[in-house]
Design a protein around this ligand. Structure first.
Ligand SMILES: [Fe+2]
Ligand SMILES: [Fe+2]
Length: 243
């Protein structure tokens, strides 16, 4: 099973790079993944015309299936309602025989920091507790601080409780975006994978736009990172998971 993870495309931002946007479409269509995962910040301010522009871009991906969660930028200006109308549920659940993916809307009204919310814990526990399949949680915000991103102010308010829940459920991967910088933490067997921005020039230092590619073969997971700017691929994980 092949999955491609994109994040923070910000297609309506002045910092959006059309050239990188084209490369991402070409790459995804060429790789032909089973699933495309997008961890939010599709737009810049969540306005209706931005969602329309996003959909024009998004329709060019030739993928079998896709799971998308909103980012803080998408939720702005009542954009969270437009997300539900035009993209899909804010807490999407996707599953097949090999994997189960729980999407979470971690945004808060018109602020950049996140929150998962206690009312969502039962849903997470129910969908992430089984055995025998890869369990992925996806949300926009990072649950563990990311290096080189300055003073930490935007981590979800209840990150500690959610980390405990993730450990109790034995979630294998938590994928996110928001920081526009790629990073992986391994905490007690769970891989916390933050994808950089795939198409925005709002980068950190010598950072580069990126996408993640996950290949799952039974319990063997390989994660590669694509540098969207120069086309280089780098292996980031090659592990056997306890499913
Ligand atoms: Fe972003
Ligand atoms: Fe964000």
């Amino acid at each position: 099973m092949k999955m491609i993870h994109l994040s923070d495309l910000h297609v309506t931002s002045p910092n959006y790079c059309p050239e990188w946007g084209e490369r991402v479409v070409e790459f995804v269509n060429c790789q032909s993944p089973d699933l495309l995962l997008i961890t939010g910040d599709l737009t810049n301010e969540g306005h209706l015309h931005e969602y329309v522009q996003w959909l024009e871009y998004f329709r060019r991906f030739k993928v079998k299936d896709c799971v998308i969660v909103p980012g803080n930028h998408d939720a702005r200006n009542d954009g969270w309602e437009l997300f539900e109308e035009m993209i899909g549920p804010r807490h999407p659940l996707w599953e097949n025989g090999a994997a189960v993916i729980q999407g979470i809307d971690s945004t808060e009204p018109d602020i950049d920091s996140g929150n998962i919310g206690r009312h969502n814990y039962a849903m997470i526990r129910k969908n992430m507790s089984g055995k025998g399949r890869l369990k992925i949680m996806m949300l926009h915000h990072h649950l563990i601080p990311i290096p080189s991103t300055g003073r930490e102010r935007q981590i979800p308010a209840d990150a500690g409780d959610v980390l405990k829940l993730i450990r109790e459920c034995g979630v294998h991967m938590v994928i996110s975006g928001h920081r526009h910088k790629n990073w992986i933490w391994n905490l007690e067997g769970t891989y916390f994978i933050t994808c950089g921005t795939s198409t925005s020039k709002r980068l950190k230092g010598h950072g580069y736009p990126s996408a993640m590619i996950y290949n799952l073969d039974n319990n063997h997971l390989v994660a590669d990172e694509l540098n969207v700017r120069d086309g280089e691929m780098q292996k980031k994980l090659d592990v056997n998971l306890e499913l």
